[in-house]
Design a protein. Structure first.
Lengths: 398, 267
């Protein structure tokens, strides 16, 4: 099965494209050209590969979770350890690629949005490494939830701007970053952290993350001698999920399962499950599924995980959903936290709360498929940043 | 086809002056306050009014219009209120258009939205985040309903693209004076006059300059080279800072009168 996932204007079926002020068109064209050139530039690819090998620590390993599997219907559970990357998540893959492109384009300043702080920390890290000025926009609410990551970004030399407009979370941080970009586009690259936004971001960010699936597919084949029955990943904007899914898209027998943040439950309206509980619309420069009301106003999302707390999702996921190539399910806060605790105690790995949604999905799907099944899970991030939230949740006194 | 907006520019060109275009979000400062503000602006001599559709994620707007949009949305403003404000504006005799981000149009229904604009006396719609590449259905709807599709161009827009964008545009070309978001500025950059000159090379359409104009002097300056002067944040700021609704209405009325003089002094 081969799927043509993008045309020249960045469409995935009816999704994707560009819905942006005309002021940004020149910069988006420049970025698209730089990305296309870099894809076939052996020098760029060698530089990026060297950074992966000597800086972020690729290839990331896979770990078989044998004790965790007992709770997942006995299915074989294989974890792709993106949590072991430098800065603690998959985010570094995209950031290193875009920071290199920034230098190629001759720009000296990057701006980024962040929710949980993972992308902000990764951006600040790459900026420090490559000598770029870095400004990170973060919802004021999130700066409180993720104070530790704010300190990390400051230590790395970035300026962190708390965003006080709207719901004061990730969506508003993106609004503010876009306003900065419109104003400073001649000198500044917007280092967007997920597979959303106007073309070429969804395609480009995917291209920088698809190494996850390329490595994992070969690693699973080597370990088990066959392809996994299903690949699971959490989906907020959807970058880690696209990263691990993409290489498997032609493998029609491999199920691709995205786990969205169900918050208090999709039926309560307090959730961030955009595909499960949203509808097609336009947000932040792209057409995809959006949480919106009958007037097209964006509805605030809710999740215990700041990194999934976003009312949009990447357009390629919307497309994969509509054509039935990938399936999307919602995992509530409580189920995610139960899986979080379970991985800690059975495997000695503290996952990010975002990632815990994928682990909770593995418990469900493992029980559905039984002991003959092999599940590959993207362990997209580690949970150091979430210790405070988890301690509060489980009532551990600090 | 010729809309009320087209006729405004025919008239102002005949009078050898620029048109004054005012922006106000629907439902701001309240539903009834908005209607009064529209009437005050029309009485004070503006030639056209843009009714803003307040949106939850206004990435092209600075703090002033963001605040107004938030107030309006908290008051429950919806599409029906936008159309009602449009009707109020066109009933005063000025040309009336809607300015909106794209998603509310898509959600309402592309063709139905264009039809509602026409039904309520509107001349067109300004769509600041709709690129021409995504405009197929919209252009079909605006043509069918005989309203103007108004696009925004920026100082960073390349010459070839200016021609492409303006070839799809009706009514007037909205030239963003600076790279940046909406809001009053102390200086209108030289970028604006250069942009207008570049746009002129590729189109016969009237060109109106927006972003940053707030005083009679600035209006005069812009009127020297542009066919229209757009003022938004300056009116909104007066309404936000007023101690009472009446004080706000008096203040925007006075500013509109000054600006109306400004657009007549440019040439």
């Amino acid at each position: 099965m081969t799927i043509q996932t993008s045309d020249l204007l960045g469409h995935f079926g009816q999704y994707g494209g560009r819905f942006v002020p005309e002021a940004l068109i020149g910069a988006l064209n420049e970025l698209e050209a730089a990305h296309i050139a870099a894809q076939s530039d052996p020098v760029f690819q060698a530089e990026l590969a060297e950074l992966h090998r000597t800086y972020s620590g690729r290839p990331s390993i896979i770990t078989e979770a044998k004790r965790f599997s007992e709770y997942a219907g006995g299915a074989r559970i294989i974890l792709k350890r993106e949590d072991l990357n430098h800065t603690g998540s998959h985010k570094i893959n995209n950031v290193l690629g875009q920071a290199l492109l920034t230098k190629k384009m001759g720009k000296k300043r990057i701006i980024a949005e962040t929710g949980a702080g993972q992308h902000g920390v990764a951006s600040a890290t790459a900026a420090a490494l490559m000598g770029l000025e870095c400004v990170v926009y973060m919802g004021e609410e999130d700066t409180r939830r993720q104070a530790l990551n704010v300190a990390r970004m400051k230590l790395l030399g970035a300026e962190v701007v708390p965003v006080t407009s709207g719901s004061r979370t990730l969506k508003d941080a993106i609004n503010e970053a876009m306003r900065d970009w419109v104003t400073n586009v001649a000198t500044t690259h917007y280092l967007l952290g997920t597979v959303a936004g106007p073309h070429p971001f969804p395609t480009m960010v995917r291209d920088f993350h698809k190494i996850i699936g390329q490595e994992a597919r070969a690693q699973v084949l080597e370990l088990t001698g066959k392809l996994p029955d299903a690949v699971l990943a959490c989906v907020g904007g959807g970058s880690n999920a696209i990263g691990i899914f993409h290489e498997f898209i032609p493998d029609a027998n491999v199920r691709l399962i995205g786990l969205e943040a169900g918050g208090d439950g999709v039926e309560t309206g307090r959730h961030a499950a955009t595909i499960t509980g949203g509808s097609p619309g336009v947000l932040h420069g792209t057409r995809s599924y959006v949480l919106q009301d009958e007037n097209g106003q964006t509805v605030e999302s809710h999740s215990i995980s700041a990194g999934l707390d976003y009312p949009g999702v990447g357009p390629e996921h919307a497309y994969l959903h509509d054509i039935g190539r990938a399936e999307y399910r919602a995992i509530n806060d409580d189920a995610a936290m139960a899986a979080f605790a379970l991985l800690c105690k059975t495997e000695g790995i503290i996952p990010a709360i975002e990632t815990a949604h994928a682990l909770a999905g593995a418990l469900v799907v493992g029980n559905e498929l039984g002991p003959d099944a092999t599940l590959l899970i993207n362990l997209s991030g580690r949970g150091d940043k979430d210790v405070q939230t988890a301690a509060d949740y489980f009532g551990i006194p600090l | 086809m010729s809309t009320a907006l087209d006729k405004v520019f025919e008239r102002t060109r005949a009078e050898n002056r620029a048109a004054l275009i005012a922006y106000i979000p629907a439902g701001f400062p309240s539903q009834s306050g908005c209607a009064k503000a529209i009437q005050a602006l029309a009485a004070a001599g503006v030639d056209a009014i843009e009714i803003g559709f307040p949106y939850s994620d206004p990435v092209m707007d600075g703090p002033t219009i963001q605040e107004a949009a938030e107030i309006s949305l908290k008051g429950g403003t919806n599409a029906a209120d936008v159309f009602a404000a449009l009707k109020t504006a066109s009933a005063t005799g000025v040309a009336a258009v809607v300015m909106t981000y794209w998603n509310p149009i898509e959600r309402y229904g592309v063709d139905a939205f264009a039809q509602a604009i026409a039904d309520n006396g509107g001349s067109g719609v300004i769509t600041p985040d709709l690129t021409i590449e995504e405009s197929g259905r919209w252009l079909a709807a605006t043509t069918k309903n005989e309203i103007n599709p108004i696009y925004v161009v920026a100082p960073s827009t390349a010459d070839a693209r200016l021609v492409e964008v303006t070839s799809k545009t009706g009514g007037f070309v909205y030239a963003a004076s600076v790279m940046g978001v909406t809001g009053a500025r102390s200086n209108i950059s030289v970028d604006a006059s250069q942009l207008v000159a570049r746009v002129r090379k590729g189109t016969k359409l009237p060109i109106a300059v927006g972003l940053g104009v707030s005083t009679r002097t600035q209006a005069k300056e812009v009127a020297a080279y542009a066919d229209g002067v757009i003022v938004g944040s300056a009116f909104i700021k007066l309404l936000l800072n007023a101690k009472s609704e009446q004080e706000g209405l008096d203040a925007i009325s006075q500013l509109a009168q000054e600006l109306a003089l400004g657009v007549r002094e440019g040439r």
